[in-house]
Design a protein around this ligand. Structure first.
Ligand SMILES: [Zn+2]
Ligand SMILES: [Zn+2]
Length: 326
């Protein structure tokens, strides 16, 4: 499924199977998650995508061919490919351990071709081995929704107990399982009147679930915003206790309205999360089978990628949308 120009539907077409470079593996894609970031790419909200582009950065697949310099992967390995498709290892950010901010980064399904396809290639050092239980659609949402949620969660103090999650989609339904496993209390804020999402949050162990415009029933130690809605930042600050932190997990948000300084005062802070490091991936993907995280997926065929994107746009996906290649 190819994005030929932004703000146009993806086009279903046959193209040659890509050849892996010496540092790449050729992957037969099993499943690829559909992430909100894909919508931002298709809608032209992220600048300068590769065009034409194959989107998709939550890839589960099998290695079918390896380049000459590939050392730690072999044919038959089940791997996951995330959003960070390449980091240079030399720029100031990489050398200080912030490869998520690399100046020369390549992003899967944005600046390099991704997984809305039967085959794709990926740099061998940016693939993660996957536990066998995730060698199917259920593994796909871990590769971005899970990872970004986990990185967001990692920015919260370990002492935080009452945690608000704003926007209860793919990332939230994974993160809540990690948080409950660690005995945290989760307060889930959804779109107004989204009873299904609120019930879903409670079924996964949320202490409370309600509309995002409602005040939190208790002051929160921390808040994580996944919905791309800038007005949730002042709302989350108002729900957050002294010294609390508000984390923005998304790559794009509508503008943030101005707000009085007093809701930020008392050492509250707001910060964003950008991309992921390989260390995030290794840590999270080691933890996932121990919990074990179970993802809720809504499956679509590859040809139905436009439909999956439209469902996501309208908030009609419970859990995560995933494209299946066969
Ligand atoms: Zn770099
Ligand atoms: Zn994503």
């Amino acid at each position: 499924m190819v994005l030929e120009s932004v703000r146009q539907p993806l086009v279903y077409k046959t193209i040659p199977i890509p050849h892996p470079s010496p540092e790449q593996v050729l992957i037969k894609v099993i499943a690829c998650g559909v992430c909100r970031t894909d919508l931002h790419v298709v809608d032209g909200e992220l600048e300068n995508p590769k065009l034409p582009l194959i989107p998709g950065h939550e890839i589960v697949g099998e290695v079918v061919q390896s380049g000459d310099e590939v050392t730690h992967l072999k044919e038959g390995d089940i791997i996951g490919v995330p959003w960070l498709g390449y980091a240079c290892g030399r720029c100031p950010y990489c050398t200080r351990g912030q490869e998520n901010l690399c100046e020369n980064a390549g992003f899967t399904g944005y600046t390099i071709d991704g997984g809305y396809a039967e085959y794709t290639v990926a740099h061998h050092q940016f693939c993660f081995p996957l536990a066998t239980q995730y060698a199917n659609a259920s593994g796909a949402p871990l590769l971005c929704a899970g990872l970004i949620g986990y990185r967001s969660y990692g920015m919260i103090s370990e002492n935080a107990n009452k945690i608000g999650i704003y926007g209860f989609g793919a990332a939230a339904h994974i993160l809540i399982q990690v948080a409950i496993y660690q005995k945290k209390k989760i307060y889930a804020f959804t779109r107004e009147g989204d009873i299904a999402a609120q019930d879903f949050a409670r079924s996964l162990g949320a202490t409370w679930a309600g509309d995002s415009l409602q005040p939190s029933p208790e002051k929160l130690d921390a808040a994580i915003i996944f919905a791309p809605v800038g007005s949730l930042i002042p709302k989350a600050l108002q729900d957050t206790d002294k010294g609390g932190v508000v984390i923005c997990g998304g790559i794009h948000m509508s503008d943030i309205p101005s707000f009085p300084y007093r809701i930020l005062w008392e050492e509250r802070s707001v910060r964003s999360i950008a991309n992921l490091t390989r260390k995030d991936g290794e840590t999270f993907l080691n933890l996932a089978p121990k919990i074990p995280i179970q993802t809720e997926t809504q499956l679509f065929s590859l040809q139905d990628a436009n439909k999956a994107l439209e469902f996501l746009r309208k908030g009609k996906i419970q859990g995560a949308a995933v494209l299946m290649m066969s």
